[in-house]
Write a protein of this length. Structure first.
Length: 162
């Protein structure tokens, strides 16, 4: 077993019993060839570990997170607000309860490619050590330390965290 696979398996074991978050994708259903309002189709669950989403059998790079909410007429000062509200309403149309977060735009990471030396952002193998880039402007840090810290935060969140 590779070092990368071992780290991910240890993290899965450490997180057993902790809540996961939903993974979804936006779909536009069609009825008689006519596009309907977009909705979110559920694709699974994963633990959110910063820039990574860890499921039972895969690891993903995060995308966007929205909380489901019922459609309502609202005024927006920015188009980006309108787009995020549309995604939150699409999650509601997909059957996700209001207030529940759902991850959209995530990307499955190819662990074999990482282990062969390819850069599968945010993961990379540098000098044989699995690394993660936790921010586009930050450098790489050891994946082992990153996963340990993130798993601890998930198991025992700071007071007042949601």
């Amino acid at each position: 077993m590779s070092e990368l696979a071992r780290l991910l398996d240890e993290t899965r074991t450490a997180l057993a019993g902790t809540p996961r978050e939903l993974l979804g994708e936006v779909v536009t259903p069609r009825l008689l060839g006519i596009a309907r309002s977009p909705s979110v189709r559920l694709c699974g669950e994963a633990w959110r570990l910063g820039v990574l989403l860890l499921s039972e059998d895969a690891v993903f790079a995060t995308g966007e997170v929205v909380r489901s909410r019922e459609p309502a007429r609202r005024g927006y000062t920015a188009e980006s607000q309108r787009e995020r509200a549309g995604l939150a309403e699409a999650a509601f149309r997909g059957g996700i309860l209001p207030g529940v977060p759902v991850h959209l735009g995530w990307r499955r990471l190819d662990l074999a490619a990482v282990e062969s030396g390819a850069d599968a952002k945010p993961l990379a193998l540098i000098d044989g050590v699995p690394q993660v880039r936790w921010s586009p402007s930050a450098g790489y840090v050891a994946l082992a330390t990153y996963l340990t810290e993130r798993a601890e935060l998930l198991r025992d969140p700071p007071l007042g965290a949601t």
